[in-house]
Design a protein around this ligand. Sequence first.
Ligand code: PHE
Length: 334
Amino acid sequence: KALQEEIKSAVVSNLEEVDELRIRYISKKGSINKLFADFKNVPAEQKKEVGKAINDLKDFALDKINSLKESFESNGNSDIGSDLTKPGEPMKLGTRHPLAIVKNEIISIFGRLGFTVAEGPEIEDDWHVFSALNFPPEHPARDMQDTFFIEKDPDVLLRTHTSSVQIRVMERTQPPIRAIFPGRVFRNEAISARSHCIFHQIEGLYVDENVSFADLKQTLLYFAKELFGEDTQIRLRPSYFPFTEPSAEMDVSCSICGGEGCNVCKYTGWLEILGCGMVDPNVLEACSIDSKKYTGFAFGMGIERITMLKYGIKDIRHFFENDVRFLKQFESAT
Ligand code: PHE
């Protein structure tokens, strides 16, 4: 009787405590089994009654333990209800994707220089990706080898760079224009540790009266120092893009070895991070902007590449696999 009362009033708050109950009452060494052991001392005329009582007690204990167990299991072992003053269990928050972290940082750096943010479509036409950007009709980028086409004639394609957003913005806005365009781009390339068929770029565009190459250089120097550190140096190497003239590629001094030479910068001390140049007058005219009155500069960079350099990530495929062991390493980054 007393044992039944005890079992009835037992209070437990989790699965582990349910298991303790089981051990205490119905395991081999539990108190109910002890009753069975004492059974031989019960006088013969009471055996029937007492035997039934012990069996009932065991059934009662089993029922109670099983139902407690079930309720804790279906509640995820939570003990809500038994002690409302207990602190809640913290919920695990997700983390920002490293590409989003770096993208936001770049947006914020250019934001401090007065650049706003705009976006354009990923599915584009020939005009915005190539023709308006002064690509000649036979340019290799227009080939199926490099570009994913959805339809031919009229061409519908996945943009291969965010420079298409330059055109979208200039078509609908007269200068002054000062904006950056982050977005996803697509190239028909074999996937490897170094390149992917999907990646992200940030494009920059500044068009106004009297915008000079010196303005471009100063803007990029500020950007590089903000992103990679105050000691960062830049250098511009002449290059070619159909939509800028003159064109350049920018290197930053290697932040990993500080210019001493390492594996990452191939012992040159420099890392290439973007393409840039003065907007070609043909591009301005294609968007009905007076190229006699206005000049501008543009630049474009790959977010994956910059993120890999910043965090020492060696394989671009990590960004797209969503392995939490990779992603959660960026928990403390902003
Ligand atoms: N669109 C070029 C690329 O994808 C980068 C670029 C942008 C170069 C703007 C110059 C000016 O490589």
